[in-house]
Design a protein around this ligand. Structure first.
Ligand code: KG4
Length: 329
């Protein structure tokens, strides 16, 4: 079955087409112009989705040599995300289904990230524990099958990616700062300073707002006259170590409690090489299967929405009705 997915929940406009587990095309337009504002401006994001979505869809169909008649199902991210941005992709998908009489599948963005791993090289087998680490979410899930998911715990405040972005800003970096923090950290000393490693009493929950404040206080106290390149690298490395240790420790706790041998890491922060290294060190590859999506599947993209929609359709996760109105009422 050929599935088309539309993603517009934040600052990536994306259209992906998958044929069962194979990606045919996955086009992503990242709205870089939010950088000057230090974060995503919702109204600007919505308008950019509106401008980019149709050309992106046309390009995806041309590149894949497909027409609308070849598509079996159409999915769009329905939430969570920026409401104006979501409405653009959601209404677009709905209207496309209204005119083509194809099934329309609303997809939860989190499900898109969770199942993105099935589009990558090493696919997990059920049951497995998934660590979702993105800009808006940080959570642990036990996944027994498609759409048979148990939330084990999540962040009580900031997401891990959000912490990277906020600390990056303190270090003078642009939004989103994850990659820049990682690059700086790779040149720094992770033992430079011990930032607190969050370990909440609620077993599988995370907290990352405290570390951002610790970094701020440390900079204010130790570097009142500003930071040089070395200081930035060292602080980035120490910060990254604290966040990654918290993530890996909680993942290990869940893996041991639920006695699974398969684990996955998904979401934008899964692109972090230090995190991947620490996970591989913690879980013996002869005992555990570790699945982490390829770089382009870690951040928001349409292919993961297309795949999650396809699985929703196949497993009848939702009761679907033919779209008889172009827009939701
Ligand atoms: O999954 P994603 O595109 O957005 C959400 O769905 O929320 O993830 C974006 C987040 C941003 O916070 C970004 O800074 C972070 O992922 N990120 C990274 C890296 N690459 C992206 N964080 C740490 N290290 C990276 N290499």
């Amino acid at each position: 079955m050929i599935s088309l997915g539309i993603e517009t929940s934040c600052d990536e406009t994306s259209v992906g087409i998958v044929d069962n587990g194979e990606i045919i095309v996955n086009l992503v337009y990242t709205q870089k112009f939010h950088r000057e504002f230090g974060g995503v401006v919702p109204e600007i994001a919505s308008r950019a989705h509106l401008q980019k979505l149709l050309p992106l869809l046309k390009k995806a169909l041309t590149q894949s040599n497909l027409s609308f008649t070849d598509i079996d199902v159409i999915s769009a991210t329905a939430g969570p995300g920026l409401i104006g941005a979501l409405i653009v992709g959601y209404c677009f998908g709905r209207a496309a289904c209204y005119s083509t009489k194809k099934p329309f599948i609303p997809v939860n963005h989190i499900d898109g990230h969770l199942y993105s791993v099935f589009l990558s090289q090493t696919k997990p087998t059920f049951p497995y524990i998934s660590l979702l680490v993105s800009g808006g979410n940080t959570a642990l899930y036990l996944i027994d099958d498609f759409y048979k998911v148990k939330l084990l715990g999540s962040t009580v405040d900031d997401a891990a990616g959000e912490a990277f972005d906020k600390v990056g800003k303190l270090l003078g970096m642009n939004y989103p700062a994850g990659t820049e923090v990682e690059n700086a950290a790779s040149l720094g000393d992770e033992h430079f300073v011990s930032f607190p490693i969050s370990s909440l009493s609620e077993k599988f929950n995370f907290s990352f707002s405290g570390i951002k404040t610790s970094v701020l206080r440390f900079i204010q106290k130790e570097f009142p006259n500003g930071l040089n390149k070395n200081d930035i690298n060292n602080i980035a490395a120490s910060f990254q170590k604290a966040v990654v240790t918290a993530l890996v420790d909680k993942l290990a706790l869940a893996v041991s409690e639920y006695k699974v041998k398969n684990l996955a890491v998904v979401g934008g922060v899964a692109a972090n090489t230090y995190l991947k290294k620490k996970i591989k060190e913690k879980f013996d590859p002869t005992e555990f299967t570790i699945s982490i999506p390829d770089l382009e599947l870690c951040t928001d993209n349409g292919a993961m929405i297309a795949y999650a929609g396809l699985k929703s359709f196949e497993t009848k996760a939702l009761e679907l009705n033919l779209i008889t109105e172009p827009f939701p009422n």
